[in-house]
Design a protein. Structure first.
Ligand SMILES: Nc1ncnc2c1ncn2[C@@H]1O[C@H](COP(=O)(O)OP(=O)(O)OP(=O)(O)O)[C@@H](O)[C@H]1O
Ligand SMILES: [Mg+2]
Lengths: 259, 355
């Protein structure tokens, strides 16, 4: 499953500070959408509103509408926990659970929610998720070892396996490769491209080549100055953004003239 | 010029051989010892005071080593050696009371550290013999009950403060925890006594009361320790769990607590060790007795610290027997605390996050 996400005049606040202002965009299913822009323009903030992780921070709130296949994610009787089951997330720094084995990490979405499953089911699911994250061959002999014993790139793929094991509709990645070496980065980029067969993928990146290599759509955000809200400047097909952007700011940014 | 200076500060130094420093240490202490004894024989006193021996030996060692090292090895290494000497001395100074205490308790305690001590109470014993079984049982029961009360209350309060608490209530709780940390133990005993008087009338004595008094002292320690441990659980782990659609309470229960468990266990053990030696509140509410009492809900109950205190304070005709029992009681208490520490270490080794 894969869902279409629609943002309608979305404003994102930290208490009284308006971090992102008036975003309107449609994120297509079965595609990779990249968020690019200078540091502090609100990319992380915005991506965290997509699975209602933003409100975990005290005082943080959202105004406007966020629709997922037409359903209002911020509706009054929507449980944020249910939203997060449908929208997986991979963080900038790999964060496997240190008390769990590799296998338990993959199954953590189920185990932490007290879901019961048979042993064979668990094994099948572990293998499927790890294969999906391109990690199976590297860890299949040490599934019971702690996840924190893996390399950074492997840990990040373990986190991706953990996210896809619960079969979400959307996967959000906030700079998933910024802490990794080029080889691990390439592995995760390949993985992202595979993932879009099944999921809606949104990725935040500072790496312009990465955005142009893997994404189908690119959203460029910018900020007028410190303390000002970030805004969506341009949102279009990736080739267009990188070859023939409609806005001067976008052109300056992608050609490396600032930011 | 500049380059040659650079070179001279970076290289051109030789190291003193490894054996120089220990040999000098021994040498200076021996010299200092013989000098002092020579002086002492001159003044015809037989006793040699070890304090000046140590002071002069150490001074001679530190100064000579510094000078020698400065000549041979250069300024940087000489300073290093001097500071190493200072730090080691400070460490040794800090160890002296500890070693002396352990030594005194063990040498005085072994006299009565026998089977009888662990199998008999003091019922009908006036002179020699008798034991502290009643006190050991009392201490274990009262501290055990206090732990059963304090650990859940303390851990839940800490979870509230770190994971949920916002605003006035949380600040109020933190304030009262701070206040509780400073409550003198005798006040905790009076509190337990006053509380039990309400239900059982004046003059009440009960093991349970002792456990309540100890809980009052333990709870803030458990809260503080747990809070510290919960604080160092990285927020990223909580977010990772939330992002998987895990509700907050399950995140706390299955991610945060297991990650912090080793530290919490150590904290609990420290809290137990802190209260197991309390005397004043137990004297007030649990009282003292010479007989066995396994029931913490009725009648007076002996505990080890109170046993030590009463043995020492009310020495009978055979004074030495009472003093020996007091020391043996102290030794037993120390051993219990040590065992608890070992258990805490094992727990934290077993549960701490691997990898
Ligand atoms: N927890 C927070 N509380 C208050 N303000 C915050 C918080 N997190 C971020 N901000 C502010 O929100 C704005 C957007 O931050 P955000 O982290 O979304 O930027 P970003 O585009 O992800 O930057 P980067 O590329 O450096 O990761 C910044 O001005 C930042 O200072
Ligand atoms: Mg960011």
């Amino acid at each position: 499953m894969s869902k279409r996400i629609e943002l309608k005049s979305l404003d994102v606040y930290y208490s009284s500070f308006l971090a992102v202002q008036d975003v309107n965009m449609v994120i297509e299913p079965k595609a990779i959408t990249a968020f690019i822009g200078p540091s502090g323009c609100g990319k992380s903030t915005l991506i965290r509103t997509l699975n209602r992780m933003h409100e975990v921070i005290p005082g943080a709130r959202v105004e406007g509408q966020l629709l997922m296949d037409g359903e209002d994610v911020y509706g009054p009787d929507v449980d944020p926990v249910r939203v997060r089951r449908q929208v997986g997330m991979v963080f900038q720094r790999p964060n496997p659970f240190p008390t769990m084995s590799i296998k338990d990490n993959v199954l953590s979405g189920y185990k932490l929610n007290n879901s019961k499953m048979s042993k064979t089911e668990a094994e099948e699911l572990t293998e499927k998720a790890l294969v999906g994250a391109n990690l199976w061959n590297e860890v299949k002999d040490r599934l019971d070892k702690p996840g924190s014993g893996l390399s950074g790139g492997q840990q990040q793929r373990l986190c991706i396996a953990r996210a896809i094991a619960v079969e979400p509709d959307v996967i959000l990645m906030d700079e998933p490769t910024s802490a990794l070496d080029p080889i691990s980065t390439a592995a995760i980029e390949d993985l992202a491209v595979e993932l879009k067969e099944k999921f809606t993928v949104v990725i935040v990146t500072h790496n312009m080549q990465q955005a142009s290599r893997i994404s189908d759509m690119t959203a460029f955000f910018n900020i007028a100055g410190t303390g000002m809200p970030g805004k969506l400047i341009e949102y279009d097909k990736t080739e267009k953004i990188f070859s023939n952007p409609g806005q001067q700011q976008t052109e300056d940014y992608v050609s490396g003239r600032f930011g | 010029m500049a380059t040659s200076q650079l070179q001279s500060t970076f290289q051109g130094t030789r190291d003193l051989p490894r054996w120089v420093s220990p040999l000098m240490l021994v040498g200076f202490f021996l010299t200092s010892f013989f000098l002092q004894s020579a002086l002492a024989s001159g003044a015809d006193s037989v006793e040699i005071n070890l304090v000046p021996v140590a002071v002069f030996g150490l001074l001679g060692y530190a100064v000579t080593l510094y000078v020698l090292s400065r000549i041979v090895e250069g300024v940087r290494k000489a300073t290093d050696r001097l500071v190493t000497t200072l730090v080691s001395t400070a460490f040794a100074l800090a160890l002296i009371p500890l070693i002396s205490l352990a030594y005194t308790v063990v040498t005085n305690g072994v006299a009565r550290f026998d089977m009888e001590f662990f199998t008999f109470s003091m019922r009908n014993v006036v002179g020699e013999g008798g034991g502290a079984l009643h006190a050991i049982v009392g201490t274990l029961e009262i501290t055990g009950i206090a732990t059963l009360i304090s650990v859940p209350v303390g851990i839940l309060a800490a979870i509230y403060l770190i994971e949920y608490g916002r605003g006035t209530i949380a600040r109020l709780v933190t304030f009262f925890v701070d206040v509780m940390t400073g409550v003198p133990s005798i006040v905790a005993g009076l509190f337990a006594y006053a509380l039990f008087v309400i239900f059982f009338g004046p003059g009440v004595r009960m093991g349970l009361g002792g456990a309540i008094a100890l809980s009052v002292l333990m709870i803030p320690v458990v809260i503080r320790a747990t809070e510290e441990m919960l604080k160092i659980v990285p927020n990223e782990l909580r977010e990772a769990a939330y992002a998987l659609g895990v509700p907050k309470w399950l995140t706390v229960l299955k991610v945060v607590l297991p990650t912090a468990l080793a530290g919490i266990a150590t904290g609990v053990m420290i809290a137990i060790a802190r209260v197991i030696g309390e005397t004043a509140p137990l004297l007030l509410i649990a009282g003292f007795t010479a007989s066995m009492n396994y029931n913490p809900f009725d009648e007076r109950m002996m505990t080890l610290p109170v046993f030590v205190y009463t043995s020492y304070a009310n020495q009978g005709v055979d004074m030495q027997a009472y003093v020996d029992r007091a020391w043996a009681g102290a030794l037993t208490l120390m051993i219990i605390v040590m065992v608890l520490n070992l258990v805490a270490r094992l727990i934290s080794k077993y549960f701490s996050p691997k990898g």
